[in-house]
Design a protein around this ligand. Structure first.
Ligand SMILES: Cc1cc2nc3c(=O)[nH]c(=O)nc-3n(C[C@H](O)[C@H](O)[C@H](O)COP(=O)(O)O)c2cc1C
Length: 223
């Protein structure tokens, strides 16, 4: 099927049908990052060969496995974070709460590799337990990781890390688990747009035994 539009239209009056090869990669990037939302942000700390710390946000980020736990993020091109990982194999994912959004954004600046981004932004560090890169002290949760795999996928360098230690601040915990409202994560949308969590609700997962003779339960407000 041919693409319906040869560039992103100002107004979409018929459904968009797209062969991604027909648009400029930057236009496809804006389309995809507008569709795959909300994305969590891995604020990745690493150190270089000399031990200078680096921290940079990555919203191409998700869980891969939980036993043993593995996470992934992807670097579009080779940047300081990836170079450091290829040297040391260690990183920390600092989870970004709304109160840290401006500091997180500052660390996305294209700083020279030898600049300590923690010092430049004025971020306090906390030592890690199993890896050398420091943690962002103000973050409410941290995943210490060792690189398990690096895979080239298109222009992305997919890094899979095994989680070697987790930290969760008491301020993000309630009722026996992480409380989403207390964690207050930044949600990345397209470009410079972000969001915070909206309404949180519960939706019990149906089992065939329950729903064979009755419709599944609907949403209920979070307890
Ligand atoms: C919220 C946010 C999310 C980002 N996500 C990614 C990403 O997933 N992959 C990527 O390569 N760059 C991403 N960037 C851009 C990098 O953070 C930026 O290029 C940074 O300078 C890289 O730092 P480094 O050279 O110290 O690794 C993101 C930027 C922001 C603000």
């Amino acid at each position: 099927m041919p693409s319906s539009h040869d560039h992103p239209p100002e107004v979409l009056d018929v459904p968009l049908e797209l062969d991604p090869a027909d648009w400029d990669p930057q236009q496809v990037y804006f389309l995809l990052t507008g569709l795959v939302i909300p994305r969590p942000i891995a604020w990745v700390s690493t150190v270089d060969r000399e031990g200078t710390p680096n921290v940079a946000p990555h919203s191409y980020f998700n869980l891969v496995a939980h036993d043993p736990p593995h996470v992934m993020f992807s670097s579009s091109g080779v940047k300081d974070t990836l170079r450091n990982l290829r040297t040391t194999g260690e990183f920390v994912i600092n989870l970004v709460s709304i109160d840290l959004v401006e500091e997180m954004n500052a660390t996305a600046a294209d700083l020279p590799p030898d600049i300590d981004e923690f010092a430049w932004v004025g971020l306090d560090t906390a030592p890690s337990v199993t890896v050398t890169p420091p943690r962002v002290a103000g973050a409410k949760a941290h995943l210490e990781c060792r690189v398990a795999h690096e895979l080239e996928v298109g222009n992305g360098h997919l890094v899979v890390g095994e989680v070697t230690h987790l930290h969760v601040d008491p301020g993000a915990w309630a009722g026996g688990r992480v409380d989403p409202a207390l964690l207050d994560p930044v949600c990345r949308l397209a470009g410079t747009s972000y969001a915070s969590l909206g309404e949180v609700f519960e939706l019990p997962r149906p089992s065939w035994a329950e729903v064979a003779h009755a419709p599944p339960a609907g949403r209920v407000p979070r307890r």
